[in-house]
Ligand binder design. Structure first.
Ligand code: FES
Ligand code: CO
Length: 331
């Protein structure tokens, strides 16, 4: 049966499904993406990704093992090569397995220390993490975080500085200074070639202690939405730059995993301190974001109330509408 994509945009996009280091040489790993179960394993040509169902009797291949550069089903031991072809059927060892004895395969690649998967045919590469190649930035992996929430709600929260004084009081914001200055959010003129879909430069927000000096002041965030579920920001303060690359994997419409890197060109904190800080911030976000109703955002701007200070989320919704996103948004 042919697979019918529920959303061509996300179906043909790249999504992070694991850290590279999670996938061991001799052990397959089951992951889920857009409601589909997929098995990842390491063959001689790198990572392979198959539908997590054996074509013989439907057992989960991720319960199997990797032997001699083949994936071995846990049930009757059929062997699959990197291209998904069944190469050996133990019960009938002298039979050449028929050509149609083949697993459904997906495109997969490793980049930025992650394994990226696409269920369809991606027209572009994975979204660029520009600080990755820049050695003046140290990179600290944070997460993954499980969010019982839809991907677009999580990205909107990432783009939303107005919640800092309330959800992250004392850390990222101060309720005595909740004002957001005027800013512009631009939608890229075309979707085919651009690095980003939405950009908002210099959103100024008061932070209680941006430099670790104990002094509060306003600093400026520049956000880019690279793909429907991947965004970045960079903020600089007294010449020190702090960036975040943030990507959401839609496991289902209402459950997601968040993967992120923090990149900074200074070091006042250890990697562990950065991770614990980010874990704490995320734990403040999760209950609020997963409480939002409706669970899926409306791309029709007549729904919900939008203020000037929400310009970036308005631009994000308009861009998703232009792309024709259907999964994780209200029909
Ligand atoms: Fe996989 Fe039989 S179900 S080999
Ligand atoms: Co937050």
């Amino acid at each position: 049966m042919a697979h019918v994509p529920s959303d061509p945009v996300l179906f043909d996009d790249w999504h992070v499904v694991a850290r590279s280091e999670q996938l061991e040489a001799d052990k397959p790993l089951g992951v889920s993406l857009l409601g589909d179960d997929v098995v990842l394993w390491r063959g001689k040509d790198g990572v392979a990704a198959f539908r997590d169902v054996c074509i013989h009797r439907g057992a989960r291949l991720s319960l199997g093992k990797v032997r001699d550069c083949t994936l071995v089903c846990p049930y009757h031991g059929w062997h699959y090569d990197q291209q998904g072809q069944c190469t050996h059927i133990p019960a009938q060892p002298n039979m050449v397995p028929p050509k149609k004895a083949k697993a459904s395969t997906y495109q997969v690649k490793e980049k930025y220390g992650w394994i990226w998967l696409s269920l369809g045919n991606p027209a572009r590469d994975v979204p660029v993490f520009s600080e990755w190649e820049d050695d003046s930035f140290r990179k600290v992996h944070v997460g993954p975080y499980s969010f019982p929430a839809s991907g677009p709600r999580i990205i909107e929260n990432f783009l939303d500085v107005a919640h800092f004084p309330f959800v992250h009081e004392g850390f990222l914001g101060d309720p005595t200074y909740p004002e957001i200055d005027e800013y512009e959010a631009e939608i890229a003129p075309d979707d085919a070639s651009g690095e980003y879909g939405v950009i908002a430069r210099d959103i100024s927000v008061f932070q209680p202690d941006p430099d670790g000096t104990g002094e509060g002041r306003r600093i400026a965030y520049t956000y880019k939405v690279l793909r429907p579920l991947t965004a970045t920001f960079v903020k600089s303060s007294a010449g020190a730059r702090f960036a975040m690359y943030f990507t959401v994997t839609p496991r289902t419409e209402r459950t997601s995993s968040v993967w992120a890197y923090i990149a900074m060109d200074y070091s006042t904190l250890t990697d562990d301190e950065i991770r614990s800080f980010q874990d704490m911030i995320t734990l403040q976000d999760v209950p609020v974001v997963s409480s939002q109703r409706p669970e899926l955002i409306a791309l029709d701007l007549a729904e919900e109330l939008h203020l000037r200070s929400d310009r970036i989320s308005i631009a994000y919704r308009k861009w998703l509408r232009r792309l024709g996103l259907r999964y994780g948004v209200l029909a």
